[in-house]
Design a protein around this ligand. Structure first.
Ligand code: ATP
Length: 230
């Protein structure tokens, strides 16, 4: 970290978490994602990446440690079918705005602007069942943008996408982070996605064991036989 590193948007300090069964998943785990940057979280199967994301999102409560988030927070999950709730694209993006006291024209403006940001404005009336997996993920991202969320967590959002849609989605998120000053933390197994991020964390046995520039991390992981399954 240099002196010019922006303040953190996500700051996790000494987080420990065990399931009721007693299985410890995180053991004094710490990480910090600078504002306006795109960071990825890597680790072998079962290393605790999804659990960490759910703790950051407030869906689970840690036994020990602190989590500070600067700004509103949204999460995009692996399976887009579990998070689109309305029959059409426009209605789904608008659904997240119901708790805000907006006029119909403000809602229309927010929805259109958010869909434009993910290049889906032409599909505003399309039934959500008639979207590809990548388009569904972009609708979920548009929902967060419409709510003017600043921090987005992504839990393996490309796991169910084909390779073209996978790279389109990660490139889109890179562009949104740059153009809108969002902060993103993205869990992945796919090393080729590291090309698009500003930095990466490697989690092993419940701790962040490496962090920094993505390219050296990718080189190292590709050489380490034990981490081939990442
Ligand atoms: N609801 C749950 N109850 C009990 N144990 C769980 C639960 N969810 C996950 N676990 C366990 O917690 C550990 C960490 O799981 P987690 O899903 O966070 O790992 P991950 O790094 O995201 O794995 P993957 O890459 O396979 O998605 C695993 O051993 C898993 O079996």
């Amino acid at each position: 970290m240099t002196e010019s590193t922006p303040l953190p948007a996500i700051e996790v300090k000494d987080l420990s978490f065990a399931w009721k069964s007693g299985k410890t998943v995180l053991d004094r785990c710490s990480l910090s994602v600078p504002r306006g940057q795109f960071w990825m979280l890597l680790g072998t199967n079962g290393s605790g990446k999804s659990t960490l994301l759910r703790l950051i999102a407030g869906l689970l409560t840690p036994q020990v440690g602190t989590i500070d988030i600067h700004g509103g927070l949204g999460i995009v999950f692996q399976n887009p079918d579990t998070q689109l709730v309305m029959p059409t694209v426009g209605a789904d993006v608008a659904f997240g705005l119901v708790s805000e006291r907006l006029t119909p024209s403000q809602v229309r403006h927010r929805v259109t602007e958010a869909l434009r940001a993910v290049n889906l404005v032409d599909l505003i009336r399309r039934p959500t069942y008639a979207l590809s997996g990548g388009q569904k993920q972009r609708v979920a991202i548009a929902g967060a943008i419409a709510r003017q969320i600043e921090v987005i967590l992504f839990d393996e959002p490309t796991a169910l996408l084909d390779p073209d849609a996978q790279l389109d989605l990660v490139a889109q998120v890179q562009e949104l982070v740059r153009s809108r000053g969002l902060t993103a933390l993205w869990v992945t197994h796919r090393l080729e996605e590291l090309d698009y991020c500003d930095g990466a964390f490697l989690i092993e046995q419940g701790k962040v064991v490496d962090r920094g520039d993505p390219e050296p991390m990718r080189q190292r992981l590709m050489q380490e036989a034990t981490l081939v399954d990442i």
